[in-house]
Design a protein around this ligand. Structure first.
Ligand code: KIV
Ligand code: NA
Length: 274
């Protein structure tokens, strides 16, 4: 039996939770094997899997396609799937309908959507429909056009107050967890202490109830810009690049395939062909 949202909520203040993103079957299997508590099928898949500049073009169908693969691989880990841009912003009805589709078609355990006070009515309606919800406030990439870029949120007293209100609105709407993205550590600590849902931080310091990272970032899989809040646990880009280069060289020199990679046939059979 998988852990439930209620179980994770019971762990607030007891133990710290771990979450990583995944978008495919094998990565989900490996994350699951490592005993990570939760997997997020983030709409960051637009960036890291599909090569878009941002998350806006990601569709509900994209999320379901990748979400299904992850759910097949996650035997133990609790799977949360992001609701993409325009799948909940338009109305409460659309929010419930799309959250329902995502859950029914993928077999995930929860959905996540961005925004606090603004979308609390959507959150409440989805929770009432029986679908656990994770909120997401602070830096919310789906509204980067109105935020004016990707930067730390909540640094002024107005903005910090707004974040606190967003967290409280999500708590009242019934989320079991809130993602805090790019929030100063001391503010994330205060939010963590003042609301009952779990806080799951990314660029929000060590006092959150849990942490989440994009797996390509933490594995050093991408060769581009790495945000300040990422710790690189591996350098997969360099490992892969070296392997691909070696393969190219082996192909050119006929060093691959070698005998052990090759199927044989008896000479008698070959001769019989002439
Ligand atoms: O889409 C994503 O990967 C996310 C995390 C950064 C929290 O929402
Ligand atoms: Na996301």
């Amino acid at each position: 039996m998988k852990n439930t949202a209620a179980y994770f909520l019971s762990q607030k203040g007891v133990r710290r939770l771990s979450m990583l993103t995944a978008y495919d079957y094998h990565t989900a299997c490996t994350i699951d094997e490592a005993g990570i508590d939760m997997i997020l099928v983030g709409d960051s898949l637009g960036n890291v899997m599909l090569g878009y500049d941002n998350t806006l073009a990601v569709t509900v169908d994209d999320m379901i396609h990748h979400g299904k693969a992850v759910c097949r691989g996650a035997k133990e880990a609790f799977v949360v799937i992001d609701m993409p841009f325009m799948s909940y912003q338009t109305s409460v009805y659309d929010a419930v309908k799309n959250a329902g589709r995502i859950m029914k078609e993928t077999n995930c355990q929860a959905v996540k959507l961005e925004g606090g006070v603004r979308y609390a009515d959507r959150v409440q309606a989805i929770v009432e429909a029986g679908i656990p919800v994770v909120g997401h406030i602070g830096l919310t990439p789906q509204s980067f056009n109105t935020l004016g870029g990707y930067k730390v949120q909540g640094k002024s007293s107005d903005k910090a107050q707004q974040l606190m209100e967003d967290a409280r609105a999500l708590e009242a709407a019934g989320v079991f967890a809130i993602t805090l993205e790019c929030v100063p550590e001391a503010l994330a600590k205060m939010i963590t202490e003042q609301v009952s849902p779990l806080t799951i931080g990314i660029g929000a310091g060590k006092y959150c109830d849990g942490q989440v990272l994009v797996y390509q970032d933490m594995l050093g899989y991408t060769n581009g810009f790495t945000p300040k809040f990422v710790k690189k646990y591996a350098n997969l880009h360099d490992t892969m690049l070296a392997a691909f280069k070696q393969y190219k060289e082996d192909c050119e020199r006929q060093d691959f395939p070698a005998k052990e990679h090759t199927f044989a046939i008896s000479d008698d059979v070959l001769k019989s062909l002439y």
